[in-house]
Design a binder for this molecule. Structure first.
Ligand SMILES: NC(=O)CC(=O)C(=O)O
Length: 279
């Protein structure tokens, strides 16, 4: 697809999470409207688990469930591309997935990405989390095309897996978007580091949208939604509070860094490789 423009305006919505799922969806919709009215972005991204914790009791079918229908309408009403954070998806097999939906300006479901790497960690004196006790892992990579620009989708813990980002780069992506919610143990240590590492390794934009921090919540999110450019520079970042982060992406930076530091053509593929396996 022909590139319409090298500049794309993004809005990242760093949202608070209440205990009321419908109120969380309404909050997202009103922040989408606010972002569009004030900044006219082409693409808006919501955080991981933006409407509820990832539990079976909240799970919905996609695209027929309540949240999907609201996101579809919001994309259509506001004529935007919408990366719909994540919601717990009830799959046909009765399994639950942590799933990101992607909506086009006509309200159509362009893609859904099921978190591929489940967040199972046990840090002594820090956080223990076993996502696989509730959720199943997705098996598919997701690349969308917005105005001729290929964008890969990952979810939170997926960012730790360099091979996945590399595969997106190898398939032509200029950006990877991760709806996310790091925590107060790993956030200060790894949040920015991982984004800059993925951006640097693959010479593309890395974009994250996080939940806002709430110390009274069972899971305390780190916040700090971020845009990192292909030079691995933090282009823009939020603090920990609920907010709308807006900036223009200049995709010509991708080509610029790839030309000036041509690591991809300098790789020794005669000695090593990273390939997608067929199922
Ligand atoms: N919450 C996650 O999926 C990932 C995370 O917090 C981390 O990798 O650290």
């Amino acid at each position: 697809m022909r590139k319409v423009s090298n500049i794309m305006r993004l809005a990242l919505l760093q949202l608070s999470l209440s205990r009321d799922k419908a109120a969380n969806v309404l909050n997202a919709i009103s922040k989408i409207e606010m972002a569009v009215e004030e900044h006219n972005p082409r693409l808006i991204t919501l955080p991981e688990c933006f409407n509820c914790p990832c539990h079976r009791k909240y799970a919905e079918h996609i695209p027929d469930g309540y949240t999907s229908q609201q996101l579809s309408k919001a994309a259509l009403d506001n004529q935007i591309y919408l990366i719909g954070g994540t919601i717990p998806e009830l799959g046909d097999n009765n399994a639950i997935y942590n799933t990101c939906t992607v909506w086009g300006p006509n309200g159509e479901l362009l893609a859904k990405h099921r978190k591929m790497h489940l967040f199972d960690i046990d840090i002594k004196g820090g956080i223990r989390f076993m996502e696989s006790e509730m959720m199943s892992a997705g098996n598919d990579f997701t690349i969308i095309n917005v105005d001729g620009h290929k964008i890969g989708i990952g979810i939170c813990y997926d960012i730790r897996f360099e091979e996945m980002a590399r595969l997106y780069r190898n398939n032509g992506c200029e950006m990877i978007i991760y709806p996310a919610a790091f925590n107060m143990t790993t956030g200060p240590l790894h949040w920015e580091l991982l984004q800059r590492a993925r951006a640097n390794d693959n010479q593309l934009f890395v974009v994250t949208a996080s939940l806002a921090r709430d110390h009274s919540a069972e899971y305390v999110s780190y916040g700090h939604s971020m845009i990192v450019d292909p030079w691995a520079k933090v282009q823009k970042t939020a603090d920990e509070h609920e907010q709308i982060l807006v900036d223009d992406i200049d995709f010509s930076l991708v080509e610029q860094v790839r030309q000036q530091i041509p690591v991809f053509s300098q790789r020794r593929l005669d000695l090593y490789s990273t390939e997608k396996k067929s199922k």
